[in-house]
Ligand binder design. Sequence first.
Ligand code: HEC
Length: 189
Amino acid sequence: MSPRLLAPWLWLAGCGGEPLQRMIEQPKLEAYEESPVLARRAPPEGTVPRERRFFAPEVRTGLQGGRPDAGYVERNPLPISRELLEKGRRRFEVVCATCHGLVGDGQSIPARNMALRPPPSLHQLSQRPDGYFFSVITQGFGLMPSYAADIPPEERWAVVAYLRALQLSQRAALADAPFEARRKLEQGR
Ligand code: HEC
């Protein structure tokens, strides 16, 4: 027998007589392939993911009634609690402080190195309504990107609440502090 005729016999013997079917060649539907059985159907109209949370339009947008022409929501729609402020602080320090500085005064290393428009101090903007800050985080502002994908709506409001606390901290009078805190501040001098 010549070696040319022997070779296929050896190959079949190694695979138990049946050549293996490679997965890539098995019958299946490829993504976007046209098919009568539909590999991936569009969900029925009106279907929503079970984990999606619902928010009133103003909570979702920071705009009154969620309408672009109606102006910003004046006050944070979430009840302000210590827990909310702490949540806001965590997010602020991880995300916003990178550019706007830990106390929001625009002092940060990236700010020093941004040649075009450095991140401003957020203390100059204390006259702006709460919805304005929410909307800047949601939509971005000039060179600042949107952080909507990183920070869910409730936490964006938490950031706004913490930002208010930061603004207040930079212009509060000693008399505004509670008695205990005032005593500590006076002793610290
Ligand atoms: C990557 C850097 C960066 C991060 C992170 C960032 N910002 Fe900004 N932010 C900027 C820059 C730069 C501007 C100015 C953009 C311009 O004028 O084009 C700006 C502008 C703003 C303004 C608008 C100021 C105005 O003039 O009205 C607000 C409010 C603001 N940022 C808040 C935030 C908050 C809150 C966060 C965190 C959720 C945040 N930023 C995260 C860089 C950043």
